[in-house]
Design a binder for this molecule. Sequence first.
Ligand code: KG4
Ligand code: ZN
Length: 345
Amino acid sequence: MTRILGIETSCDETSAAVLSGQGDEAELESLVILSQDVHRIFGGVVPEIASRQHLTAIVPVVERALEDASVKLDSVDAVAVTYAPGLVGALLVGVSFAKALAFGRGIPCVGVHHMEGHLFATALEHHDAVPPFTALLVSGGHTLLVDVPEWGRYQVLGRTRDDAAGEAFDKVAKLLGLPYPGGPPVEKLARTGDSSRFRFARPMLRRNQQPGDNDYFDVSFSGLKTAVLHAVRDGSADDHAHIARGFHDALVETLVEKTARAVEQFGRQRVVLGGGVAGNRTLVEAMRQRMRRLDAEVFAPSSRLATDNAAMIARAGLFHYERGERAPLDLNAFASMPLPGLVSA
Ligand code: KG4
Ligand code: ZN
């Protein structure tokens, strides 16, 4: 049994978690997430402010996570920390803190890729959300369709050509005068809209696409965002709910169909969703309905574990720790970095 302290500071949440276990039998002992609300007034994350807030929050957040788990630092076996991708200044706070803590206590530090963390998040709540599966990772900065034959082996099938799914939600929210982060308010407004009023083109979704076509799995949302911009300009405030619905329907249908293609091609029976947009109940429900026809089960995290959190970092960290991986003391932070363990077709 290993007890891991996870730390996540890649964007605008300062988070720490304590997790213990072995292999896929891991139990979350505590999770603290401090969301930096200050960015709301700017309508997006301001990197320098994020770094400074992590700096003031990191010590109390970690102390609180240990306290909630009723454990002392002495009983922690390793520290796992997000080192990429994300805002470099924000990442550096977590990385520096984790290295200092590990060095001071004489325990190992493990670097975790943030998107690999999202892949592991759902397994914390659903025992069967383990490989082999098809994964759809939809966050504010990334949209990835991945085949996962086993933990640590990832074949990226598709990605966004432009905006990430969460980014599209945030931009559309801005156009509709809704607050940041835009996902939850756009989802809510879309529920009240009429789906027959605005039918936007489905980006990258042509029925005659064939496996092997380079746009078979990829998605693109910037055209959709522009279509929303024009609809908002040409319409009145009364149209906002219908426009939100038109946007939501197009985005969800695109993500669901691309995921179905991956499930079919690889014959997977499980679909795992991850990232902030996986907290979208409409997307999850549409995914479930579509996958029923393919006999595949859909696993989605709760909103708390869908958005950025340190529990998923501790969980991915446990996997790498058990494989004997250790971060050197010169572990650095990186704004972008490919997923570890990539395999090609
Ligand atoms: O994974 P995450 O917390 O941070 C990144 O790694 O980027 O994802 C944040 C993104 C934001 O763009 C936010 O608008 C979106 O997830 N989001 C949602 C929902 N909840 C959060 N998008 C759609 N529907 C939601 N319910
Ligand atoms: Zn994330």
